[in-house]
Unconditional design. Structure first.
Length: 186
């Protein structure tokens, strides 16, 4: 028996000493696990948002409408605005820029906002300037520029020039031609 006690006293190791390192406890052990779950959650969120955006864009064809499915007789189509009309320009006849003599006769009406009392009085006060503008505008055009397929462009040019160069506070919204005749003179 004394031999066994001597062995223990002489440097025999205890069973607990050196078998494993000291373990960390508390928050230090929990932090890597929390960071791992947070990274997984953020990654999953980014993945879901990306898939949702891509799916939405594919379903909407990139936001562009492929066909116009609106029925013009449908009650859900927006109403066209009602305009007040300035009709006192009258008929203007002039020549075009062509070397071959062409004359153009124009009678047009200017539409402006119905609830704008200032525009009507300004157009009335500038009646002679408006007639001169119409004459000069059509004198500067060639006959081929005044073809019916070019009327939307002509309307847009006239509206832009009137609103930016000739009118102070008034704004013309639409132009309607009662007459736009281009004739070759022999």
């Amino acid at each position: 028996m004394s031999d066994s006690l001597d062995d223990d006293l002489d440097g025999g190791e205890s069973p607990d000493a050196g078998s494993s390192p000291k373990k960390k406890g508390g928050l230090a052990a929990l932090l890597p696990a929390l960071l791992k779950f947070a990274a997984i959650g953020i990654g999953a969120l980014i993945f879901i948002v990306t898939i949702s955006v891509v799916t939405f864009n594919i379903m909407n064809s990139g936001g562009r409408s492929q066909t116009d499915t609106r029925d013009p007789t449908s009650p859900y189509v927006g109403r066209r605005p009602t305009f007040a009309w300035y009709t006192d320009i009258g008929s203007v006849t002039t020549r075009t820029r062509d070397t071959v003599n062409h004359t153009v006769t124009v009678r047009m009406n200017l539409g402006y906002d119905l609830d704008d009392p200032v525009t009507g009085s300004e157009l009335n006060s500038r009646q002679h300037e408006l007639r001169d503008f119409v004459r000069r505008y059509f004198t500067g055009k060639f006959a081929h520029e005044l073809q019916p397929e070019n009327e939307p462009r002509i309307r847009a040019e006239i509206i832009e020039q009137l609103n930016t160069r000739y009118l102070d506070t008034a704004r013309v919204r639409i132009i309607v031609f009662d007459q736009l005749d281009v004739m070759e003179v022999f």
